[in-house]
Design a protein around this ligand. Structure first.
Ligand SMILES: Cc1ncc(C[n+]2csc(CCOP(=O)(O)OP(=O)(O)O)c2C)c(N)n1
Length: 394
């Protein structure tokens, strides 16, 4: 196995790792600041509160920077896609690409390092920015993990303001109904969003809601590397209900004038204060070197070897003569079953059919009867269902 293929196998974070990650976190905070100040835009606040989670995940999940697309890898989904500077800094620290590329290319037209994460960046699994989608994406990956027998784990990192979005509650219930124990959610609980305190904007009992829907909740200090590791290890090896890790954090953590200031949710440190900010972190201010490189040209795209698109075989063709009486939905149900029979035997294609309380109308019942493990009844949860289906397809 690769040396980076760790899967939270150690009982706890070793002293060596603790030291290594502490240095990485300090440098990553510096890189977040450099990237956003250089681009004169971006989201440093949530990036700095999420950074310990990103670093522990990208260093300890079963991912491999040399082969970022291998099919049995764990999936790390960044749901609060605006924290791209945090995700890029952590991915670079874990060896997925050179940090210079992310700093110079951040938010530059044509570069892979967009302001909201995109799959053009090695290690990024899903393009987000439209808040709320990540958990549904994670459900799709977790279902693929089960149906394909690959057994990988999926981690979804989310914001706390993001919890206001309805699609998340749909996805939570689906995950519990289908016993997706290999799915873990992490929430960056910095208690701030764009317009201020999350409690003033929309009062919400985040831990209570997840528990009420059947999730296990582990509350931690999200800046304590040992606690982040322990919670993730527990969640990874858990066989019961899926786990949500509620990580208490501080927006802008590490630079005192940024801490707990929602102004830094989506605005960089201005050039006149960048020295002061980097100095507090103990990081050299070498922004001008990057500016020069940025002016020289765009960072190139990465050649990512994606899996081959599966060969889909046509089902048996069914002909209806002019005199035959057949409704469209009935014909659809028969065609669906025929496609499934033609493709799902042996090592065939992993197929899922998702129903939103309309099986009897849209005639997916015959498929459900023959392939019960591949039929999912999500009830009236169409928002999540659309994203889960997209995620499984991808
Ligand atoms: C569906 C959707 N609505 C609105 C926005 C605009 N938006 C971007 S970030 C954000 C606040 C997110 O707050 P939180 O999840 O707490 O992230 P943090 O402020 O901690 O970075 C909003 C409203 C969006 N990106 N997506």
């Amino acid at each position: 196995m690769f040396d980076t293929w760790r899967g939270f196998s150690d009982d706890s974070l070793s002293g060596d790792w603790q030291q290594k990650l502490t240095v990485m976190a300090r440098e990553a905070r510096g890189n977040i600041l450099k990237m956003t100040t250089l681009a004169a835009s971006g989201h440093p606040g949530g990036s700095m509160s999420s950074i310990e989670m990103y670093l522990v995940l990208y260093n300890f999940a079963r991912v491999d920077p040399r082969e970022p697309m291998r099919d049995d890898r764990d999936r790390v989904i960044v749901s609060h896609g605006h924290t791209s500077p945090g995700a890029y800094s952590a991915l670079a620290a874990a060896g997925f690409f050179k940090i210079e590329d992310a700093i110079t290319g951040f938010r530059q037209a044509g570069s892979p390092f967009e302001g909201h994460v995109e799959r053009s960046v090695p290690g990024i699994e899903w393009g987000t920015g439209n808040l709320g989608q990540g958990l549904a994406v994670g459900v799709g990956k977790a279902i693929y993990s089960k149906l394909s027998g690959k057994g990988f784990h999926t981690y979804v990192v989310m914001g706390d303001g993001e919890q206001q979005k309805g699609i998340i509650s749909e996805s939570r219930r689906i995950a519990v109904k289908y016993k997706l124990s290999r799915l873990t959610a992490l929430i960056d609980y910095n208690r701030l969003q764009i317009s201020g305190d999350i409690e003033n904007i929309m009062p919400q009992n985040i831990a209570g809601e997840w528990k009420a829907d059947g999730w296990q909740v582990i509350e931690i200090d999200g800046h304590d590397l040992g606690q982040v590791y322990d919670a993730l290890r527990k969640a990874t090896h858990n066989e019961g209900a899926p786990v949500m890790i509620l990580a208490n954090t501080t927006m802008g953590k590490g630079v005192s004038f940024m801490e707990n200031d929602e102004g830094f949710h989506g605005a960089p440190v201005k050039p006149d204060r960048i020295d002061e900010a980097l100095k507090e972190l103990g990081i050299e201010n070498d922004i001008e070197n990057y500016r020069e490189r940025r002016n020289r040209g765009v960072v190139g795209r990465y050649a990512l070897k994606r899996p081959e698109y599966p060969q889909v075989t046509d089902g048996e063709s069914i002909t209806y003569e002019p005199g035959d009486k057949m409704d469209n939905r009935g014909a659809f149900g028969k065609a669906l079953l025929s496609v499934a029979r033609a493709n799902m035997s042996g090592d065939g294609i992993v197929m899922g059919v998702f129903d939103c309380d309309l099986a009897s109308s849209v005639k997916t019942g015959a498929f459900a009867k023959e392939f019960p493990d591949n039929f999912f009844q999500f009830g009236i949860s169409e928002h999540s269902t659309a994203t889960v289906a997209g995620s499984l397809s991808a």
